[in-house]
Design a protein around this ligand. Sequence first.
Ligand code: AMP
Ligand code: MG
Length: 324
Amino acid sequence: MIILAVETSCDETSIAVLENKKVLSNITISQIWEQQKYGGIVPDLAAKLHLENMQEVLKKALAKAQIEQEKIDYIAYTEKPGLVICLQIGKVIAETLALYLNKPLIPCNHLEGHIYASLLENTEEWKFPVLALVISGGHTQLYYLKKHLDFELLGQTLDDAVGECLDKVSLLLGYTYPGGPVIEKLALRGKNTYPLPLTKLDDTFDFSFSGLKTAVRRIIERKKFENNLTQLNINDLAYSLQHTLAKILTFKIKKFLNENKINTVVLGGGVIANKYLTDYIQKFLQDKNIKLFLPQRKYCTDNAAMIGILAYYKLMKTSKNFSF
Ligand code: AMP
Ligand code: MG
C-alpha cells in the first residue's frame, strides 16, 4: 500500500511517500528562516511560502520515493488543527492529487500524527493501554488510548503550550524563534538555581504555563530595572525553566500512572526534540516496566511522514485482515 501524505498546518511544507510503514521519502521545507524575522509565525506569510514551496517539495518527494504516480493508493493530509489558511492549502493540494489520480483521501489530525510519529521506522509496536503526551508549539495535551486510534483527551493546557513558553522566553532573552533549541543550548551550561513556580500541580490533567513564563519575565525585568542585566545568568535561567517544565510534565504522567495501569508512554511534538525533557521522563519511567516511545529527532517537528503513518494505521483499522 502506497500513501502520499501532505502536511502544511504551520510553517513546514512537507510531503512524504510511505509504503506501508516504510518511509520512501519525506521532504520538508521549513520557513523558520523567513518567520524568524517576525519573532513567530505570520499566517499570511506562511500561506504564501507554502504555495511557493509546494511544487518543489512534491517533485522531490516523488523523485526520492522512486515510484510512478499510478502506484499511489491513498492521499493523506492534515485536516486540523493548525493555521486555517495553511491547512486549506494542504487540503486543496491533497484534493487535487486525489482527483487527478482518482484515489481516496484520508484526512488526518496533526496531533494524532505527532503521537504516531514514534512508530515511524520502528519495528516495535505499542503495548496498550497507552498514555500519550503531545508537547508542541501550539499544544500540550495528554491522551489515554485503550486501543489504536481510540483517543481519550485527559487534559490540556489552559493557556500557553510548552513550546510557546520556550519561544516567548527566548524572545525575552533577546534570542530568536524558535526558542526551544535556544533554551536547550543555553541550559547545557546552566544549573538549577532560579526557583520557578511549579504551575497547576493539582488534581486535574490540565496544564498551565503562562504563570511560569511570567515568573521568568519578572526575573528578567527586575534585573533590567535594577540595571543589573549582567548579573542575570541566562544559562541557569534556561536550565531552571527546562527543569521546571520537566517536573510539571512528569507530575501529570506520574499522577495518571498512580491511578491507572499503563504499558506504554508515548511522547510527540516539536518539544520532544529536547533531550533533557525526554531523559527526565525516561528516568522516571525506569524500573516501572513501562516502555517509552519517542519519535526519532527528525520526526519530532512537523513532517508529512507522521501523517502518512497515521493514515496507515487508520487504513489498517478498517481492513478486515488486520486486528489490533
Ligand atoms: P511543533 O509545534 O510540533 O512544530 O514544534 C515546534 C515547537 O518545538 C516550537 O515551540 C519549538 O521551540 C519547539 N522545539 C523545537 N526544538 C526544540 C528543542 N530542542 N527543545 C525544546 N523545544 C523545541
Ligand atoms: Mg506540530
